[in-house]
Design a protein around this ligand. Structure first.
Ligand code: NAD
Ligand code: TYD
Length: 347
């Protein structure tokens, strides 16, 4: 297969490209990524010299570029990760989320359909379902009720995929996964942010009462699931992917602090995220039954590997934390009443 991966320099996309190239097959992998603040070619160090791999810096909204690439590379499959992915940033400024996630996906779908692409995987999110109460799980039939601008933009993209399949029979499969964690996650997200702050003995900003629940999925398990959907998923079908690991934020942060041997006194409750979804939890029985997927690690194992990775790769995240991210952090957390909690400085 000749596969176009969009957003392959981000967290999940780079893990996916490593999975593809690591299997030793002869597939061609073209990575189209704009290298926004979240894209980082260091995530793919080691892939550059591989003759099966090509990186193209560019925008999924650049129609001429996308059209030319699909034709020149003879692409027959697209795995679409590229997006603006952070909820807090979408609360600060929704416009780029609509532009990239909605218009970008629509354009990619149009061009892929015109080029006769045979398989298209849309990497959507469980956040399109909205928020759960104390009980219950999201199934693929749960009505979409996105709450944040990020989730709304992903729901629009997800529904465009549905429409392209319904209207033209375009072979798109959609995945809706829960919160990923693992190596190369940008430190704005909960787990790496807490690791970086704890290692610097900085306050750990927990939103609201800390009882919001997320279902944590190890990124490499997620990537295996996406790959199964690419190869064996039924066109037009939606697949939930979850880690079967529900945890309240405060319990997760406490686990991390203990594991890192830091003081629990670092935990600081800060102003809540506006519209903060209370609980996400995935019923992944469809992908398990139909495609034989299952998570390969327990949460304890996945978290241990993740912490070890951040400890062994301090330079990777310290570089990020000392750049433009500092301004983001000061703005975002200053406004939450956690000013002065600059991440990543030495203790
Ligand atoms: P990320 O923010 O780490 O990476 C996104 C990548 O997309 C970056 O490399 C960025 O440079 C690139 N990009 C952004 N705009 C682009 C554009 N216009 N053209 C080309 N490239 C562009 O995101 P991630 O965490 O790896 O998430 C990947 C996908 O998975 C996203 O679609 C996200 O919505 C979805 N998802 C993520 C999670 C999670 O827990 N991280 C959970 C559910 C769904
Ligand atoms: P996040 O990693 O941003 O993922 P998402 O919002 O897509 O679920 O956040 C995970 C949870 O952690 C969410 O409930 C918000 C919370 N959170 C904090 O309490 N403090 C933080 O500094 C961050 C980034 C998130």
């Amino acid at each position: 297969m000749r596969i176009l991966v969009t957003g392959g320099a981000g967290f999940i996309g780079s893990n996916y490209i490593r999975l593809l190239l690591g299997t030793g097959g002869d597939e061609r992998v073209v990575n189209l990524d704009l290298l926004t603040y979240a894209g980082n070619l260091e995530n793919l160090a080691g892939c550059e010299g591989d003759p099966r791999y090509r990186f193209v810096r560019g925008d999924i909204r650049d129609r001429a570029l996308v059209r030319g690439l699909l034709a020149a590379e003879g692409i027959d499959a697209v795995v679409h990760f590229a997006a603006e992915s952070h909820v807090d940033r979408s609360v600060e400024g929704p416009e780029i989320f609509v532009s990239t996630n909605v218009l970008g996906t629509e354009m990619l779908l149009e061009e892929a359909r015109a080029a006769g692409v045979a398989r298209f995987v849309m990497v959507s999110t469980d956040e399109v379902y909205g928020s759960l109460g104390e009980t219950g799980l999201f199934t693929e039939d749960t009505p979409l009720a996105p709450n944040s601008p990020y989730a709304a933009s992903k729901a629009a993209a997800d529904l465009l995929c549905r429409a392209f399949h319904h209207t033209w029979g375009f072979p798109v499969m959609t995945t809706r996964c829960s919160n990923n964690y693992g190596a190369y996650q940008f430190p704005e997200k909960l787990i790496p942010l807490m690791i970086a702050n704890a290692l610097a003995d900085k306050p750990l900003p927990v939103y609201g009462d800390g009882r919001n629940v997320r279902d944590w999925l190890w990124v490499e398990d997620h990537c295996r699931a996406v790959d199964l959907v690419l190869r064996r998923g039924a066109p037009g079908r939606v697949y939930n992917i979850g880690g079967c690991n529900e945890l309240a934020n405060i319990d997760l942060v406490t686990l991390l602090v203990d594991r890192l041997g830091r003081s629990r006194d670092l935990i600081t409750f800060v102003a809540d995220r506006p519209g903060h979804d209370r609980r996400y939890a995935i019923d992944a029985s469809r992908i398990m039954a139909e495609l034989g997927w299952a998570p390969s690690v327990t949460f304890a194992e996945g978290l241990a590997r993740t912490v070890d990775w951040y400890l062994a790769n301090r330079a990777w995240w310290e570089t990020i934390c000392s750049g433009a991210y500092r301004d983001y952090y000061a703005r975002m957390y200053g406004s939450r009443g956690a000013a002065g909690t600059t991440p990543g400085d030495g203790p």
